[in-house]
Design a protein around this ligand. Structure first.
Ligand code: IMP
Length: 516
């Protein structure tokens, strides 16, 4: 039984937990569904990267992507757009794009970078490391857990009214040089005088960046697409500590930007044109509800807005109805320095298996793993609002080897005084002292990898899914005392490949009966 069609030509693909939910794979599932229902190959005109930058890591069809939208793998999507709300390093476009082109994906010709997309550069990456260094070494606080991709410093330049836009690549070189030189000098001064970084750490920053990018691009180096030297950040260090070889940085970025000139344009017009033609636009979000700079778990958040309202800001179009698909996994992961109330014990047999699957797409960091936290998802639904939900990686929970136990779902938090909280407390000091309240559910041992029909799932897997939905709704509605628009469960992921997905989940009112 098919679920109701999408309710708007704008479809937002957002995360409802802490990132890494598998939003990338949704893009081609949604696009395929739209093609089928409209019988139009060109149903999806644009996939728009809405927010963030190279901090987001999306895996789609076996490709690991940071800056490019996952629409890359779908050749029927005519335009891969980068919104004005994105902070993008032009070198990174090339590092991602060229290996994909060699593999036969057409990327460059489909790319459309908005004129107002913000230029992120090496100074932001150095500032990211310097501010983390300042937190640890000057303030004695834990690091924020940044991906080190320069995201917060890049947005700071926007907020502080020092933006350099992709449009600046179309202007005079002198103007670009002037703006960029001021930026680089300002960054050096902040790193030296405000962050009080010591010279050894400064030198070490360049080694860390070199190592990270060399590792991330090793396959392309091995294939001869790039030289190892292309990822050598030490080339930008000046002889004098805390200063950069400004001329070299500026020339490198100017060249990378000039090569992108044919792809810089007006995303606002492209989106409006698509809507006028009756086509769909999928907004692919980075990060997730709880990493939103305003409503997330500050300071362990990213520097952008990570859910639906940002669609309009980044595309530069009027607010209008949008169909939002909120994505999570059948268990939880966190990366960085987060409070993780449902974290599994290191020795837990399921935890061990899940950790083998969970490495950061952007950074290669090991993710922490834990039980499904319905409180976080319920509040994300209550305040974020989704027409549909998606649960990925259900197959990862199947019994195997030493893992034969019950599954836990966190349905509430208990505070020190023994009282249950209403949703997620916004005060992190309060939150970190809470105890999760778990429901226990039986697991299953039947292999469900690649199952495409809900009816073929073992009863215990069906019940687990139904219980997750019920728990999310219980939290979102505060136990039924207030109402929220009830989402359907549009897809359940049973494996990473496009064919490994269930698309015939019963409507929520029927699904919930299984949880009783
Ligand atoms: P930043 O965006 O690099 O500044 O990192 C801020 C916080 O967001 C850190 O806790 C990161 O681990 C987290 N973060 C940023 N991007 C992602 C992502 O794509 N997946 C999961 N966590 C992310």
């Amino acid at each position: 039984m098919a679920l109701p069609p999408f309710t708007s030509q704008l479809i937002a693909d957002v995360g409802i937990s802490l990132g890494d939910e598998g939003k990338g794979r949704l893009v081609y599932e949604i696009a395929a569904e739209l093609r089928e229902s409209t019988k139009r190959r060109d149903a999806v005109a644009l996939v728009l990267k809405v927010n963030g930058g190279a901090n987001s890591g999306h895996t789609a069809g076996g490709l690991k992507l940071n800056l490019l939208p996952a629409g890359v793998i779908d050749s029927d999507v005519a335009t891969l757009a980068i919104g004005a709300g994105v902070v993008a390093d032009p070198r990174k476009f090339w590092w991602e794009l060229e290996p994909l082109e060699r593999r036969g994906y057409q990327v460059f010709e489909r790319l459309l970078i908005d004129e107002r997309t913000l230029l992120a550069d090496v100074s932001h990456r150095l500032l990211d490391l310097a501010w983390e260094d300042y937190r640890s070494h000057v303030l004695g606080e834990p690091p924020r857990g940044s991906t080190g991709r320069g995201i917060t410093p890049a947005y700071s330049d926007e907020v502080n009214q020092w933006p350099i836009y992709y449009d600046d690549f179309r202007g005079s070189r002198d103007n670009f040089v002037k703006k960029f030189r001021v930026r680089l000098t300002r960054a050096s001064r902040i790193i030296k005088d405000i962050c009080q970084v010591i010279p050894e750490h400064w030198d070490n920053f360049f080694d860390r960046l070199t190592l990270a990018e060399t590792r991330a691009n090793q396959a392309a180096i091995d294939a001869g697409i790039f030289q190892k030297e292309d990822f050598d950040f030490c080339q930008f260090r000046s002889k004098e500590s805390f200063f950069l070889d400004n001329d070299k940085v500026i020339e490198t970025y100017w060249r990378a930007g000039q090569r992108l000139l044919p792809r810089i344009g007006d995303v606002r017009e492209a989106v409006l044109t698509a809507l006028n033609r009756g086509q769909y636009v999928i907004g692919e979000f980075g990060q997730s509800y709880w990493l939103d700079k305003r409503h997330g778990f500050s300071p362990n958040v990213t520097a952008s807005h990570t859910y639906t309202p940002e669609f309009f800001q980044s595309a530069g179009i009027p607010c209008q109805p949008v169909h939002t698909v909120g994505c999570c996994k059948a268990y939880d992961t966190k990366v960085g320095t987060h409070v993780f109330l449902t974290q599994m014990d290191d020795l837990h047999p399921l935890g061990k298996l899940l950790r083998e699957l969970e490495y950061g797409t952007s950074t290669g960091r090991q993710r922490m793993v834990g039980w499904f936290d319905a409180v976080e998802k319920g509040d994300a639904l209550r305040y974020g609002g989704y027409q549909d939900l998606v649960i990925n990686k259900l197959d990862a929970l199947t019994h195997r080897g030493a893992w034969q136990g019950e599954l836990l779902v966190c349905t509430g938090y208990c505070a020190r005084d023994g009282k249950m909280t209403a949703g997620v407390p916004r005060d992190d000091q309060v939150r970190k002292d809470l105890q999760p309240v778990f429901a226990k559910l039986p697991g299953w041992s039947e292999d469900i990898a690649g199952i495409t029909s809900f009816a073929r799932l073992p009863k215990n897997a069906q019940r687990y899914v139904a219980f997750m939905m019920k728990s999310i709704l219980d939290v979102a509605t505060r136990g039924g005392s207030s109402s929220v628009p009830v989402p359907n469960l549009r897809y359940i992921g049973t494996g990473p490949d496009p064919a490994q997905i269930i698309r015939d989940v019963p409507a929520t009112r029927d699904l919930l009966k299984l949880a009783e």
